[in-house]
Each structure stands twice: as C-alpha cells, then as structure tokens.
Design a binder for this molecule. Structure first.
Ligand code: BT5
Length: 245
C-alpha cells in the first residue's frame, strides 16, 4: 500500500477512512513521530477547511494528507508554508499533465477557475500540521465550483499523486529549513508567476465581515496580499473573490 509514497517520507500512516487527517495528527502523541510524518486517508467523514468550514473527501475520490512539521522560521515566515504547499500542489498537477493550474491567494489551487485543492495549516505549540486535500475524482457532495483530476481528464492513482506531492513539498521545505529567506524569495517569484489573483480586481472579505474592493497588486515578504483601492492595503487573512475587471 502506497509503496512509492512511503519511501518519500520518514513515516507514513494510512487510513482508508478517518474523520480528518489534521484532527488525527492534532490528537496523537506527536512526541514520538519524526518530522515530515505523513497521515494519509482516501476519505474523510469530517474534513475541515478554514474557519471550521467543511472539506468534502468522499471514499475513493480524494486524497487527504496531513504533514507534521517542526519549522524553525519566525512565526511571520510560517505563513509561507501554506503558499509553499499550494505551489507544491500546482507543480504536482503540472507534472501529472494538468495544464493551467494556478494559485488563488492564499491557499486554493484552481484549474479553469474551479477549486481542485485546498490547504489548512494549524499551529499547535511548535508543531505545524499542514493539511492538503486534492480531488482525484468527481464527488457528489462537492460544491459546484470544485473540480478534480478526473474531471480534467487525468486518471491517476493515489500513490502516484502523493509521491509527487511529497517530493515537491519536501524540496521546498528543506530549502526553507536551510535558508528561509532564500526559500521565500524563490516562492514569491513562483507565486507571482502562477498566481491567478495578482493583477485581478478582487473583493477581500475579512474574518470580521468587513470588505475591501480593489486590485491585487503583489504579495509582500510576509506573504500578505497587497490590494490597491486608491490606497495600498496589506491583507494577511481574508477570503478573496475574483471580480470581473
Ligand atoms: C480549504 O479551506 O480549502 C482547506 C481544505 C483543507 C483540506 C485538507 S484535507 C487534509 C486535511 N484534513 C482536513 O480535515 N483538512 C485538510 P477553505 O479555503 O476554507 O475552503 C473550504 C470551502 O471549499 C468550503 O466551504 C467549500 O465551499 C469548498 N469545498 C469543500 N470541499 C471541497 C472540495 N472537495 N473541492 C473543492 N472545494 C471544496
């Protein structure tokens, strides 16, 4: 089971079904687990998105991964790990033959405007639980704005997607562990290249419900989105809606 992927990380724990791979790593005694332990499931009964939203992962149709990280960077640099995960998913999709995948700031991977992957990072003490969901096949319960590898004409088994994703992420993470500034510079330029958000007119909805409409111009060195509505605003946490220009 998952032979290729098991060789790509120090430890891989697989479930056919679980409530949520992030929850599993959060409740487990992690002291005995090596960094880059991967908890993987091919379905979740209570998959979670940000702000306690649901993440749909139906049996046989999705990949749910949570990685245990113990990053050394400053808390400000840690925001980059979400972006690095999104960049890793994008590169994985490209390798598997999916054309035109892009990143919607901060944590969605979209193809043709539809969401194929989402990322949820949770900090617990010094441990960072990095959750990544990828839709492998169409799912009855997924929202209309979801897509999957199957919808995009790419039929690929879980192990092949996972080993590529782990390899892509590990490369970026090891670079981050060795030289965070350099890793961030490279990720920023990769993000600028593959972002679907930059240059767009967007509506940012803050967690408290306030809204801002303007043009997303760039990201700063902390991974924040810069939005220009006549004045330049720095946005660290918000849902972004792409508007027509
Ligand atoms: C996310 O949140 O996109 C983060 C998703 C993280 C899932 C992984 S799977 C492994 C690990 N274990 C977990 O329990 N979670 C992580 P957010 O940006 O808040 O988006 C959530 C929204 O995406 C929902 O409100 C739906 O509108 C939409 N959605 C739900 N399931 C989807 C799916 N399978 N594909 C595309 N969109 C989906």
């Amino acid at each position: 089971m998952l032979e290729k992927s098991s060789a790509a990380v120090p430890k891989l724990i697989y479930f056919d079904a679980i409530d949520s791979t992030n929850s599993e790593l959060l409740r487990t005694d992690r002291s005995l687990l090596p960094e880059l332990t991967a908890v993987v499931s091919s379905s979740q009964t209570a998959g979670r998105g940000r702000l306690d939203r649901d993440w749909v992962s139906e049996p046989g149709s999705s990949l749910a991964l949570s990685l245990l990280l113990r990053p050394q960077g400053t808390s400000e640099q840690l925001a980059w790990l979400t972006l690095m995960a999104a960049l890793s998913v994008r590169a994985t999709l490209q390798t598997l033959g999916v054309e035109g995948a892009g990143i919607k700031w901060p944590n969605d991977v979209l193809v043709q405007g539809k969401k194929v992957s989402g990322i949820l990072a949770q900090l617990e003490g010094k441990d960072l639980i990095l959750g990544i969901g990828i839709n492998l096949k169409p799912q009855a319960g997924a929202p209309e704005h979801a897509t999957s590898l199957g919808d995009l004409g790419v039929a690929v088994d879980l192990d092949s997607v996972l080993v590529e994703l782990l390899t892509q992420f590990r490369g970026r993470y090891l670079r981050f562990a060795t030289d965070p500034k350099w890793a961030i510079e490279l990720s920023a330029s990769e993000f600028r290249r593959f972002s679907t958000t930059l240059g767009q007119k967007v509506r940012a909805i803050y967690p408290d419900g306030r809204e801002l409409v303007g043009v997303a111009t760039d990201i700063d060195r902390l991974g924040n989105l810069l939005i220009d509505d006549g004045e330049l605003h720095t946005v660290s946490a918000a849902d972004i809606i792409h508007l027509r220009n």
